[in-house]
Design a protein around this ligand. Structure first.
Ligand code: SF4
Ligand code: SF4
Length: 193
């Protein structure tokens, strides 16, 4: 068993992480967190999270980038905004979660084999390329890229039912003017930098 050090020295902290998250989330109030825990106690998903929202804000505030990026928490957030409306320091916690997810995807630093980041990434890729989602393609990519082909076999009866009732199609959905879509995606990427 590997013994891992939990304490970090100052030179191991990412001092630019806070600024990047502030910029991406359009939230300048992160340093105003008083660690009251209102967000964690209000969060309907916190029982499933490895670090409650309060701790994620603490990681960001103090430069613990890897701990925040590798956490399951940001992927389990259901964007219900309860924490955000209740935070006494007006921190846009939900938007902060999105900013952390974005940095995790860009750096491939999300938890390995965890299906939610894979779903997020593959769906974004499909929509950016075709302008529409194609459920069958998305599901195949999700299970293969999260290394769960056997789980895909277990889903076959349900998939068959969905196909038979027309709730899911084999056809690839695409919009006609993909050239315009590509220009739009390019502009969004350029403006987002
Ligand atoms: S509710 Fe706001 S101030 Fe309280 S711990 Fe959460 S982020 Fe910090
Ligand atoms: S927005 Fe996310 S972190 Fe905040 S309460 Fe809802 S699920 Fe929890």
């Amino acid at each position: 068993m590997d013994i891992q050090r939990k304490v970090k020295y100052e030179n191991e902290l990412d001092t630019g992480f806070l600024q990047r998250v502030k910029q991406q989330s359009h939230c300048d109030e992160i340093e105003r967190c008083i660690q009251c825990g209102t967000c964690s106690s209000s969060c309907p998903m916190s029982v499933y999270m490895d670090h409650p929202p309060r701790q994620i804000i603490g990681f960001i505030k103090n430069g613990f980038r890897d701990e925040a990026l590798k956490s399951f928490t940001v992927w389990l957030c259901s964007s219900c905004y309860t924490c955000q409306v209740r935070c006494p320091s007006m921190i846009k916690i939900t938007d902060v979660m999105y900013a952390v997810r974005r940095e995790a995807i860009e750096n491939k630093a999300y938890p390995r084999r965890f299906s939610i980041p894979v779903l997020d990434k593959e769906m974004t890729r499909l929509i950016a390329r075709d302008g529409r989602n194609s459920e069958m393609r998305l599901i195949l990519r999700l299970y293969l890229k999260s290394f769960k082909p056997l789980s895909l076999l277990k889903m076959t009866p349900l998939g068959w039912k969905l196909l038979k009732t027309g709730r899911m199609g084999l056809k690839r959905n695409r919009i006609k003017d993909r050239k315009q879509l590509r220009a739009l995606v390019k502009a969004i990427k350029e403006n987002g930098k």
